[in-house]
Write a protein that binds this ligand. Structure first.
Ligand SMILES: Cc1cc2nc3c(=O)[nH]c(=O)nc-3n(C[C@H](O)[C@H](O)[C@H](O)COP(=O)(O)OP(=O)(O)OC[C@H]3O[C@@H](n4cnc5c(N)ncnc54)[C@H](O)[C@@H]3O)c2cc1C
Length: 405
């Protein structure tokens, strides 16, 4: 929701948030149960009065990655995105700008030429090459941490389960389930009018997920879901072996310090990868991107205002020098750091208590969910979903950053 609120401010007419919301499915009630099928709690978004159509940023929206990418891509001017080029290396130039070298993303393609850029943002995932480049330039090394868990996931065509309407009706009008077992979690939620995402986590040694055939993945998933409450076994059955994505759950702790250098910075999983417990990984990347954009925008607006003697040209286009870009990037990292640290630690502890590795841990988890009032749960996570945002507001003071983090 916080990311959606940020997208609401990213376009003059808030159309970007509406475009993203339009390709997603609202998820106003989250149902949590144990593996015997007993409901533990349901988290309801009570902030939207009944009968009032919610704004995009008022309820959780589920959507697939391609749908999100298409909506964001469509909002960009034609020619902004260039495909087929993989980042290879970067070198700071004496004037502060950055020379970037690329290699062909696919075999047989001609490698694109090098480019000199004002800003390099590495948003290239948990195994980021841009982060490796920063390490070669002296940044402290950071390594992904294995959770000890493997995941199976895929998109289920709800037609195979009688159609989306029948499926939602069979779940009592809701469209998701989080099912907590013993060292296992199963999550399913509708992501489009026709499909639902299905994910199952289980303990596995690091590296053991490589070389598993689609048929083996399907068989293992079916065994894992045997005895689980509806609709987990049915959804596992509806997934073709080839449509099951098998992988391992990794995270990467955010840096205690700023995470870039010069005119190079990082965003998303490249800077801080969280475990998927809270569904916050992509959202944190969106928050990074918008915070970075607003920080650069404010720096340019301040420079334009100073150049015009404080007169009415505060929003005029104004090119920042490399030193000013560098200052804005460090400000962005300092602003995001405390928040992503908090999300990282919260996701990690929620993952550990959610999987329920010990008998006592499962007992505590189940009773905690059953006894904690929904308002308290909502209050405890308000910092994660609430934020105020405006493109033109004054930069937040240090105290305000801490309060929203
Ligand atoms: C099982 C599972 C479930 C999850 N569930 C959720 C969820 O419900 N909600 C949520 O918000 N998040 C979820 N996540 C996390 C989410 O997928 C990530 O946080 C998110 O994809 C991170 O986005 P990103 O753009 O930073 O990195 P990525 O999605 O990893 O994208 C990085 C991109 O960079 C490209 N790239 C890599 N190297 C180079 C290079 N050298 N040059 C050019 N390009 C390069 C890659 O091809 C890729 O396109 C889940 C993750 C897992 C594993």
């Amino acid at each position: 929701m916080r990311a959606m609120r940020l997208l609401s401010g990213a376009a003059d007419d808030a159309s970007l948030a509406h475009d993203v919301a339009a390709v997603g499915v609202a998820d106003a009630v989250v149902v949590m149960m144990d593996s015997s099928g007993r409901e533990l709690t349901r988290v309801r978004d009570a902030s939207v009065p009944p009968g009032v159509p919610p704004q995009p940023d008022q309820v959780i929206r589920n959507l697939t990655r391609p749908a999100l990418q298409r909506a964001l891509y469509a909002a960009l001017p034609p020619g902004t995105v260039v495909c087929g080029a993989a980042f290879a290396a970067a070198k700071p130039l004496p004037d502060g700008r950055v020379e970037v070298r690329f290699e062909a993303a696919a075999a047989g393609e001609a490698p694109p030429e090098a480019a000199v850029v004002d800003v390099l943002v590495g948003a290239d995932g948990i195994r980021s090459s841009v982060r490796s480049q920063l390490e070669k330039m002296g940044a402290p090394p950071r390594r992904p941490v294995y959770s000890g868990y493997r995941y199976y996931r895929g998109l289920v065509d709800l037609e195979k389960l009688g159609g989306a309407d029948a499926w939602v009706a069979s779940l009592g009008g809701t469209n998701n389930r989080i099912i907590y077992g013993a060292s296992e979690t199963c999550m399913l939620y509708q992501v489009s009018p026709t499909h639902a995402s299905f994910a199952r986590y289980c303990p596995a040694p690091e590296g053991s997920s490589r070389g598993v055939s689609p048929a083996e993945a399907k068989q293992h998933l079916m065994e894992l879901c045997k005895g689980y409450p509806y609709p987990a076994p049915q959804m596992a059955e509806a997934l073709e072996g080839g449509a099951i994505h098998l992988g391992e759950l990794w995270s990467m702790p955010p840096s205690e310090e700023v995470w870039g250098a010069g005119c190079i910075t990082l965003a998303g999983d490249a800077a801080h990868a969280v475990l998927p417990t809270l569904g916050q990984g992509a959202g944190q990347g969106v928050e990074d991107a918008v915070t970075l954009a607003i920080t650069l925008h404010r720096a340019a607006a301040s420079k334009a205002a100073a150049a015009s003697g404080g007169g009415g040209a505060a929003n005029a286009a104004c090119r920042l020098s490399p030193a000013e870009v560098e200052a804005a990037l460090r400000q962005y990292e300092a602003e995001r750091g405390p928040h992503v640290q908090r999300v990282y630690h919260f996701s990690t502890s929620a993952f550990r208590s959610g999987v329920g590795e010990s008998w006592l841990g499962r007992l505590r988890r189940n009773w905690q969910y059953r006894l904690m009032p929904a308002w308290l749960m909502k209050k405890a996570t308000a910092w994660l979903t609430e934020c105020t945002f405006a493109w033109d507001e004054a930069p937040p003071a240090a105290a305000a950053v801490a309060a929203t983090a």
